[in-house]
Write a protein of this length. Structure first.
Lengths: 379, 508
């Protein structure tokens, strides 16, 4: 057996589920508090915030302006159909909006939480009937399609609703991450603990924000997700998003293929572990969310301080996307950490044994899922 | 004119030997590169002066030396030796270019490199048996030195093994040459074919047998191949390039020039057996390559297999087969040099060549993607993919041999298919999948490894790229090389046919 130099391979720590549970209950951060981690997390979230801003605007544009368009050829142009914009798009001098759509599809397919429940409800079906009735009056193609494929337009409306909800969610997250970067630049954030707290406060503050969505058809404003549905930011969109994109993901689009018949993919969708927290930063990609598209987008907006750090590490510019992905996973562990803190059933300092037990069960459930994620980046 | 092909490298070696003071490695390397550049340029001048339509020796130079011994300084070039002279110049230059960071005695290293190149030119150009033998032996000690001094941890073992095998090879060849003089009663060491009128068939077979084993060791052919995998494994990359690309060709050149050329009648008699020997060697090389887990040993065993095609072609002795043998010598020189260069890059970056450890090296950001791409080109060429040099040579060898020896040719074709098997195993294990340089004992930990291989600088792949371009060039435009060697290979074919006819009384 050859002796491999320790400089060539590095194996990060793999904390056990028990260690992770203890860490969560003790109020410690999952990511260790180092100066380099702080730069990585804050700057990569700064970049991510700018990318999310673009994703959010485009998703909302698609949901509102490209609604039930059978051939949405210009859906990534945000309404700007100038030759220069089209040329930049074709020349791939653009944001990879496909990644945003991919996340939306993951949410739609996994279908957890209040949004999904509403999309299968009778009030939603009634809204759809009204919208389709109005839309097919002037659109012969849709009028032909709808009677033949009864579920097709409804599914498209569900897709549009999820697109809008994700756009609204990312609007909040984009502002939160850009504010975080500004707070760190102003000296108000100087530790990983402060980062987690900042994100937790932001999530808690936005928790009750209503998620609504309406489209205008022939001059009439029609609700898809009306205020009466009482869909809110945290419970109905943020938590399903974390479940679908961070944790479950999809076992497709990677370069590693799976054989479902050989049970390489769990028949239980809830057991999927192909999300961003499990993704392999090396671009052979285990499967699931293809991080390379997002890394490419973040690379366009990388703050100089982090870029400089990357130039001094590994292959410098040559493997910058891998390093962005590693930093991104660290930052996503911070966001997950903040979400867990913000959603504990009871305060962590509670002396009530029943509340303590509930907290322990909650932490244990999270820890068991995180224990097999890419926790090697945490130390 | 041809003497300059000897003079340039030998003068370069003397220049290095007497360079005043303790020159830095960089300066020694630059001087060597200039000398080898001159050698290549002069080889191209020889190519320009060469008349491809003429099958005889050309640009001959002759000088009496030790006439009483039959030793004459007589050089000449024909369509068989010229491609090998060119490939010697090109691959020695490649070896010098890819030589980096010589940790000890750079002066001696580059000096030995130049001596080898000059000696190999001498052997290919010699028109006198003893002169050939002198040059054949002259390259032996420098190569032993290159392995013994700059080789891997088991270099002493590999170098000694190489020395013993090739010394025996040299003794057999010298014995055959001297036996020829003794049995014919003349000290004529020219390249004149020996016919039944000059020497009885029994004696011819004896001498041919000695030559076959002697050159069979050098080629190497099964079962005399044992020294090659060890020598390659312990040799540094530039030496492996030289060994596989040039020095093995001394053996195949010897088979064609001396075994077949000197003893056409005996050769025709043994041809069927030689074809079977070739097929066994080809099959053995391929099957042994499949079993290897060291990338370099795998490429080394593939050499054993691919050299067997040349014996098959020589046994068939049809114009197409002999032309295919020349093509195979050139294409194997280029392809094996390319593969050894790439294995060398992998070893330099990862510290291992173990196929149970290397995975996913095609990884675009952290792996060696361009090296992997060239490796795929190299293994495709070696497996005989159309459009590359390997296809042209193998196709011609098979096309030329199948009429004469269908069974041996079919077995060799099966072995050609096995080339794809072992090289796909190599590519699949080392270059596909998740990047890692550790054994995959625990899949979870394996999938989490952060691998930091140093990037391959573009200049490191320039020699390999040049070889890959040459592989495509010969594959797509084989006409140039074909035209160069066609007349000579056709003339060679007439010798055994004529001799066979005489032997069977056909012309009687």
């Amino acid at each position: 057996m050859p002796i491999i130099s320790a400089e060539l391979v590095r194996s990060g720590g793999m904390p056990s589920a028990a260690e992770l549970e203890a860490s969560l209950l003790a109020g410690h951060t999952l990511l260790s508090n180092t100066a380099e981690h702080l730069i990585e997390v804050v700057d990569v979230l700064d970049s991510y915030g700018q990318v999310l801003d673009a994703y959010s605007k485009n998703l909302i544009f698609q949901a509102e302006q490209q609604f039930l368009l059978p051939f949405p050829l210009f859906k990534y142009l945000d309404g700007d159909k100038t030759v220069a914009k089209i040329w930049r798009h074709l020349n791939h001098d653009r944001i990879n909006f496909e990644y945003a759509e991919y996340c939306m599809k993951a949410m739609l397919w996994h279908g957890t939480g209040g949004l999904d429940a509403y999309l299968d409800s009778e009030p939603f079906a009634a809204n759809c009937r009204a919208i389709i009735g109005r839309k097919t009056r002037r659109d012969p193609l849709l009028a032909l399609l709808h009677p033949v494929f009864r579920g097709f337009l409804i599914e498209l409306i569900r897709t549009a609703a999820t697109t809008s909800a994700l756009g609204q969610f990312w609007r909040v997250m984009s502002d939160l991450f850009l504010d975080l970067a500004a707070a760190e630049a102003a000296g108000r954030i100087s530790s990983i603990e402060a980062v987690v707290e900042f994100i937790k406060d932001g999530l808690v503050a936005a928790a009750g924000n209503p998620i609504t969505y309406a489209v205008e058809i022939e001059g009439e404003r029609m609700w898809v997700l009306p205020p009466e549905a009482r869909l809110t930011f945290l419970a109905d969109v943020a938590v399903p998003y974390v479940e679908a994109v961070f944790l479950r993901g999809l076992p497709f689009l990677g370069t590693v293929s799976f054989n479902a018949q050989a049970q390489q993919i769990s028949p239980d969708q809830g057991q999927f572990a192909y999300g961003a927290l499990y993704a392999d930063p090396l671009p052979s990609m285990g499967a699931g969310i293809p991080p390379s598209l997002l890394m490419q987008d973040m690379y366009r907006h990388l703050p100089e301080r982090l870029h400089q750090l990357y130039r001094q590490r590994g292959r410098g510019e040559g493997d910058v996307r891998v390093k962005i992905c590693m930093s991104f996973q660290k930052s996503m562990f911070c966001v997950t950490n903040a979400a867990i803190r913000g959603t504990f059933p009871s305060p962590l300092g509670s002396g009530d044994p029943a509340e303590q037990a509930a907290n322990r069960a909650y932490a244990a459930a999270w820890a068991s899922r995180l224990a097999v994620a890419r926790t090697d980046c945490l130390d | 004119m041809l003497s300059l092909l000897l003079l340039i490298p030998f003068a370069g070696a003397l220049l290095l030997a007497f360079w005043p003071g303790r020159p830095a490695e960089g300066r020694m390397r630059t001087v060597t590169l200039v000398v080898l550049g001159l050698q290549l340029a002069w080889s191209l001048v020889v190519l320009a002066r060469f008349d491809p339509a003429n099958s005889a020796m050309q640009l001959q130079e002759s000088l009496p030396w030790v006439e009483s011994l039959g030793l004459e300084y007589k050089l000449g070039v024909d369509g068989l030796s010229l491609p090998l002279v060119l490939i010697n110049a090109a691959l020695t230059l490649v070896s010098a270019i890819c030589t980096r960071d010589i940790d000890k005695r750079p002066r001696v290293y580059f000096l030995l490199l130049l001596v080898i190149s000059g000696s190999v030119n001498g052997a290919f150009l010699a028109e006198n048996l003893l002169l050939f033998f002198l040059f054949y032996e002259l390259e032996l000690i420098p190569l032993w030195g290159l392995i013994a001094i700059w080789g891997g941890v088991n270099r002493a073992y590999a170098a000694t093994k190489f020395l013993i095998f090739t010394a025996v090879s040299g003794m057999l060849i010298l014995g055959a040459f001297l036996g020829l003089a003794l049995l014919t009663g003349t000290a004529d060491f020219s390249l004149t074919p020996i016919t039944g009128e000059r020497l009885a068939m029994g004696s011819q077979l004896l001498l041919l047998g000695a030559l076959l084993i002697g050159f069979g060791i050098k080629v190497p052919l099964f079962p005399f191949h044992n020294w090659l995998p060890d020598a390659h494994t312990q040799a540094s990359t530039p030496v492996s390039v030289l060994l596989a690309g040039v020095l093995l060709k001394l053996g195949t050149y010897g088979l064609l020039r001396f075994c077949m050329g000197l003893f056409p009648e005996a050769w025709a008699l043994l041809a069927a057996g030689l074809a079977i020997w070739a097929a066994v060697s080809v099959l053995f090389g391929s099957l042994a390559a499949i079993a290897q887990t060291d990338m370099k040993r795998m490429v080394a065993y593939s050499s054993v297999g691919h050299m067997g095609y040349i014996l098959l072609a020589a046994a068939a002795a049809t114009p197409i087969a002999i032309l295919g043998a020349v093509f195979q010598m050139v294409s194997h020189g280029l392809i094996s040099a390319l593969l050894f260069l790439l294995v060398g890059i992998v070893y330099r970056k990862t510290g291992t060549r173990d196929l149970t450890v290397l995975h996913g090296l095609l990884n675009p950001e952290r792996g060696l993607p361009f090296t992997g791409t060239l490796m795929i080109v190299g293994v495709m060429a070696s497996a005989g993919m159309p459009g590359m040099a390997g296809f042209i040579s193998e196709f011609m060898v098979f096309r030329g041999s199948i009429g004469a020896f269908p069974f041996a040719t079919l077995l060799s074709m099966v072995a050609s298919g096995l080339t794809a098997v072992y090289f796909l195993l190599l590519v699949n294990r080392a270059f596909f999948g998740r990047l890692a340089v550790t054994p995959p004992i625990d899949p979870v930990a394996h999938g989490r490894l952060d691998v930091n291989l140093a990037a391959v600088a573009p200049r490191e792949t320039i020699p390999a790229m040049a070889l890959a371009v040459a592989v495509f060039a010969i594959g797509l435009l084989p006409y140039g090389l074909g035209r160069l060697s066609e007349a000579a290979s056709t003339a060679m074919v007439q010798l055994p046919a004529l001799a066979a006819a005489v032997y069977s009384g056909g012309l009687g």
